[in-house]
Design a protein around this ligand. Structure first.
Ligand code: CA
Length: 469
């Protein structure tokens, strides 16, 4: 009997030691800093000269700068749905910007899809979203009902920045009016609250508070700044940093980006002060390309050499500033193979042992083996984009890219030699066009049609409205 008791006691000691061990080896924290409508060339790490972004650049310097980082769509809502689910949003009919409809449970992210926050909840993470939601304004789609533990932000696709402009207390009192939704009070969880500062500063402070509060447990922070999306509004403090920019639009845009950069700095400083920086993966990216001059909602952004901008199926629409750091694990580098916002979910799933529903497979990959050099192949042979309403497609296969537009002949570009997509080689390369067309068709056969109407009042205004938001 004594022997059995002794054996049991040794076993219990081992178990408690094991338990202690497993608690000490903390799952990594995940931070996604998503900015809104920022141009490819508007960060220092992509060569920006007139807007210093020293703090955003810290992420690229500490970690990896992705030169070929893509999102899944060239406007806000669907792009965010792709990031949050790790799946091409065209698979589940999320192919238009949702209307602001607080009493329509089907307007927004379908309930059948699981968000990263929902998945992380199952493995013990606490998740918070600070900033823009844009995945449906009905309460059934509220972030707290889609896996997040905390929410501080707004439900719609954009927001005014000055507290005095936020005049509508109840976010659910606005119905199908995108412009009015920009004026609602900020919500903390389900409560409307009166903010006091410039909105970007409010979001930065909240992000720092979230990290402080949850420093002891694995967390996921989705810091989704609505900046530098229009309306173009900045405080004098930030405007004064750019005395040499004469163009008013560019100057205000620069001030808005600078405010985001300050916020990123505060957050990185806090992580370092709490000694969390080696146990935290931090991503920085934009949800789509900058709306350049031809866009009705141009914000003064610059996509550099990339063709066109927000809403486009050319590179300027969905190749975005993209960087990530994981100090101590991923060495600083520049990574040129195509990666996607889809990879954020897949990487997190691999690191935190999330079980994936086999009927809803992820479209991304775990990036870590590629970034540590363990896997030298290409994370994505093909990067896709479909814009259903325009019958537009972009299929990037390795360095070749097929562009299809309604009622137009196919276009083919070699992105390695022709990043600006100036030299259409389709006529001389029928076989390649045919091959990429077959790849497109195979992907397209897996997609469904859009399941909700977008920001359109009439056929004529459809594309205009879609570009705007
Ligand atoms: Ca956007």
């Amino acid at each position: 009997m004594k022997k059995i008791v002794k054996a049991l006691s040794i076993l219990l000691t081992c178990l408690s030691l094991w338990d202690g061990y497993s608690q000490n080896v903390q799952k990594p924290n995940i931070i996604v800093i998503l900015v809104d409508d920022m141009g490819y060339a508007d960060v220092g790490f992509n060569g920006c000269k007139d807007i210093p972004t020293p703090n955003i650049d810290r992420i690229a310097k500490n970690g990896v700068k992705f030169t070929n980082g893509y999102v899944t769509y060239s406007v806000c809502g669907p792009s965010r749905a792709g990031l949050l689910t790790g799946r091409y949003p065209q698979r589940f009919g999320y192919e238009r910007n949702p209307q602001y409809r607080p009493h329509d449970p089907n307007m927004g992210l379908p309930k059948e899809e699981k968000t990263l926050a929902e998945a992380l909840k199952q493995v013990g993470y606490t998740s918070g979203i600070v900033g823009k939601w844009h995945q449906g304004a009905d309460i059934s789609n509220h972030p707290l009902n889609r896996g997040f533990n905390e929410f501080f932000g707004h439900l719609g696709g954009g927001h005014k920045y000055f507290p005095e402009d936020l005049t509508i207390k109840d976010s659910y009192a606005v119905d199908n009016d995108e412009g009015m939704s920009y004026k609602t009070w900020i919500m903390r969880n389900h409560e409307p609250i009166q903010t006091k500062k410039y909105l970007t500063d409010e979001f930065s402070d909240e992000a720092v508070r979230f990290v402080e509060k949850h420093q002891k447990n694995p967390f996921f922070l989705y810091l989704a700044y609505n900046a530098p999306h229009s309306p173009l509004q900045a405080t004098q403090e930030y405007l004064d940093r750019f005395p040499n920019i004469e163009d008013k639009k560019r100057k205000t845009y620069a001030a808005m980006v600078s405010a985001v950069d300050d916020g990123v700095g505060k957050l990185l400083d806090k992580l370092e002060a709490l000694n969390l920086d080696e146990n935290t993966l931090i991503y920085f990216l934009s949800d789509n390309g900058g709306p350049v001059k031809s866009n009705v909602a141009s914000n003064g952004s610059d996509n550099g050499v990339l063709r066109e901008g927000k809403s486009s199926i050319y590179e300027g629409g969905f190749r975005v500033p993209f960087a990530m750091q994981w100090k101590g694990t991923v060495k600083p580098a520049v990574y040129d193979n195509p990666v996607s916002s889809l990879d954020i979910f897949a990487t997190t799933a691999a690191l935190s042992n999330i079980k994936i529903n086999k009927y809803k497979p992820l479209d991304g990959v775990n990036l870590i083996p590629f970034l540590t050099g363990k896997n030298k192949s290409n994370p994505h042979e093909t990067i896709y984009l479909r814009k259903f309403d325009e019958k537009g497609y972009s299929v990037r296969h390795k360095d070749l890219k097929l562009v299809l537009k309604r009622d137009a002949a196919p276009e083919l570009y070699n992105l390695k030699e022709d990043i600006g997509e100036h030299n259409n080689m389709a006529k001389q390369n029928h076989k390649t066009v045919k091959k990429l067309e077959a790849i497109r068709k195979e992907w397209d056969s897996q997609l469904i049609e859009p399941i909700f109407g977008g920001l359109k009042i009439s056929k004529e205004s459809e594309i205009k409205e879609d570009k705007k938001y």
